[in-house]
Design a protein around this ligand. Structure first.
Ligand code: SAH
Ligand code: SF4
Ligand code: F3S
Length: 438
């Protein structure tokens, strides 16, 4: 019996898919490379933007044909898209060949659901059923990096965002559970730990004994052995001085902060309910750069939010140049039903399109300038694996989270090497290995 998982969306989903894989493997399924060979196919979905959703519905539709060839094929839809209000019903009506619909927080029901489907019964349930990760095995697929959830859900209610509605209220995982998982990963030979949360900086606010994110970083940062610690995502309103100091203090903690800004206009930020101003963000990034000289600051930016004027957009471009992000995920605002911004007056598509093109061009210039300064210098890189886009090429990341391509033996995956950067495209860096870890 074989399984195949389509994963969409953010790292949270990538990691949830490892949990899904773990449950299926315990039930006797094994992973296959082609969806055509699968006995069970899972769609772990995302609904952050409309384009993501449309693409997924297209892929789910294609299962109908596969089911004609393999009538025993079990189709599962889970994740953020199915957690939206009314979605389970909509899938049931429009895609009757889907056997199982689960949400974002009831993976503990997956086993029961698959057993029902094996008996030809449908299983639809998107209730929030909080689970303990410790209760099921995980089949990890991202060595040398191990994902570790530290908090779930979100309480911020940015006015454009669907996440609080589909991932539920924010709650922290107990410190001891997080630490036990980190220890396990390091014992198993993982070389990079990435802590996951929609807003890692508010970790611990609901835990006893004054546990907070800085304390968690310190506990992991001081562990012996060579490994890297990363985390995402940081909300600018909650990133404390203490956290910046801890990053500076422990060499294991990467000098890289993913700090989504969304807009460079204070008025748009206010309407987005982000709870910081343009000036707050600029002084925060100045402080970070002063304390962490080699830091790579990365971000998410959105254009075309309702009411965004040309002047607001110019403020965003100006901020992009001022901060000098090492990279940025740039998005066109997408109207999400159920969010406050849904009811605001929307901008025409042509305006959004023009702005996203300009934004991407501006960020490319910034990245290119940073890349140029890296040529000729040496950086420590953790070898991750082959770069699927180029033949016979391996890749890995610098501490600041820039992807570097180079040639080396495949046996070096999971090892640290020093790479000298030889040339740079705008985002892509190419180099040669000049030293290997002993
Ligand atoms: N919790 C993270 C972000 C999670 S969503 C944070 O607060 O930073 C990842 C990114 O998707 C967001 O940073 C935002 O830039 C983008 N995004 C969220 N909702 C969106 C929408 N409705 N339209 C377009 N982009 C959106
Ligand atoms: Fe969405 Fe805002 Fe929460 Fe991030 S902080 S998940 S953007 S509501
Ligand atoms: Fe998408 Fe859900 Fe992540 S909506 S971005 S998969 S939290």
């Amino acid at each position: 019996m074989k399984y195949f998982i389509h994963t969409y969306g953010c790292q949270m989903n990538v990691h949830d898919s490892e949990k899904i894989a773990g449950i299926l493997e315990e039930m006797g399924y094994s992973l296959c490379d082609r969806v055509e060979d699968a006995d069970i196919v899972v769609f772990n979905t995302c609904c952050i933007r409309e384009t993501a959703e449309q693409k997924i519905y297209g892929h789910i539709g294609a299962i109908k044909k596969l089911k004609r060839i393999n009538p025993h094929l079990i189709a599962v839809v889970c994740g953020c898209m199915s957690q939206q209000e009314g979605a389970a019903q909509r899938i049931r009506e429009s895609y009757p060949f889907v056997d199982i619909v689960l949400g974002t927080s009831n993976l503990s029901l997956l086993k029961e659901a698959v057993e029902a489907a094996q008996r030809k019964n449908k299983f639809y349930n998107v209730d929030f059923v909080p689970y303990k990760e410790e209760d099921f095995a995980q089949a990890r697929s991202s060595y040398p990096n191990g994902w570790v959830n530290i908090n779930y859900g979100c309480n911020n209610f940015c006015t454009y965002c669907i996440v609080p509605y589909v991932r539920g209220r924010e709650h922290s995982r107990p410190l001891d559970d997080v630490m036990a998982e980190v220890h396990r990963l390091l014992d198993e030979g993982y070389k990079e730990i990435t802590l996951l949360g929609q807003n890692v900086n508010s970790y611990g606010h609901d835990l006893p004994d004054g546990v907070n994110f800085a304390r968690l970083l310190r506990e992991i940062g001081q562990l012996p052995g060579k490994f890297r610690l990363r985390f995402m995502t940081s909300h600018p309103k909650d990133l404390s001085d203490e956290v910046i100091d801890v990053i500076a203090q422990y060499p294991n903690i990467c000098n890289n902060i993913h700090l989504p800004v969304q807009s460079g206009s204070t008025e748009i930020l206010r309407r987005m309910n982000r709870r910081y101003t343009r000036e707050d963000y600029l002084s925060l990034t100045e402080k970070i750069k002063a304390k962490l000289p080699d830091v790579g600051i990365t971000t998410d930016i959105m254009v075309g939010f309702p009411g965004e004027t040309d002047a607001d957009f110019e403020d965003t471009l100006d901020l992009v140049r001022k901060v000098g992000f090492s990279s940025a995920f740039c998005f066109v605002y997408s109207r999400r039903k159920g969010t406050p911004a849904y009811n605001m007056e929307q901008l025409p598509y042509a305006v959004k399109k023009e702005r996203i093109t300009k934004l991407i061009a501006t960020q490319n210039e910034v990245t290119k300038a940073i890349s140029a300064t890296m040529v000729g210098n040496r950086f420590e890189v953790l070898v991750e694996g082959e770069n699927s886009r180029y033949k016979d090429t391996m890749c890995g990341r610098t501490e600041s989270n820039r992807l570097v391509n180079f040639k080396c033996d495949k046996s070096l995956v999971g090892r640290f090497v020093w790479v000298e950067i030889e040339r740079a495209g705008s985002a892509t860096l190419w180099g040669k290995v000049v030293a290997e870890e002993k």
